[in-house]
Design a binder for this molecule. Sequence first.
Ligand code: 13P
Length: 291
Amino acid sequence: MAVVNAKDMLLRATEGKYAVGAFNVTNIIQMAAVVEAAAEKNAPLIIQTSVTPTRLIGPGVLAAVYRELAEQAPIPIVLHLDHCTDLDLCKRCADTRYTNIMIDASKQIFEENVRQTKEVVDYCRGIGGITVEGELGTVTGVEDQVAVAEDEAALCDPDKAVQFVERTGVDILAPAIGTAHGIYRTPNPKLDFDRLEKISGLLNGDGPRIPLVIHGGTGLKPEVVKKLVALGGSKFNVSTDLKHALIDATFEYISAHREEYNPGKIDKAAQESVKRRIFYWIDLLGCEAKA
Ligand code: 13P
């Protein structure tokens, strides 16, 4: 039913105080698994591709497979380019009709972040129907080609967030609040909940206006995830968890069937494992039956 962009889907989530799962996929098997799982839960869905798999498989191929899957699925689905620092790739993905583009200029100084984000916003407005996510402050850890060391971390300044939104026209904002990409080094990472609440109040206080994104979903405790959603996070990014599900299931299947040469069965095992993780996240984020 539904090739959609992220804005309306996330405004509804902000209003309803749930979050939509934004799941990074690295191949088409994983993309199909994520769609199947979300459809079974009747949940809205955001599929994300990081820069490396996007370049490897090709934006046109990914967008075509997405379109085919989304048009047949009974749920609304977004295709999002994740953490892209390359303006040309942002534009190529918009040309192939990704429906949400993240320009990540968060490591640049504020003025340059504004300039690059606005350039992508203007480009996507020119095409129409494509929304844009920007980031302010830096999320530590490694997400594909973007690596941010702990001593480079900068949390999002709430007043700057308002300026950033006004000056860029960005549709969706990822404010850095202390979450990190990859596996957390401590069971209780220090997150700045007050900062999220303040940003949420400034941008969504009089009613949903700019949906907020939580990066670094993997490894957060369920009660922490729920708190971040309650404080206004309406797009919830998960990547590392799904890489583990894919690789562990593949390894386990091959180890248990060393004499078998049937790639379809390996794919099936990986799909089932990824689906189980998507069910977990959809339950936790509260987006079941919100399609
Ligand atoms: P994790 O890999 O920590 O789940 O983070 C995902 C993410 O934020 C993608 O943008």
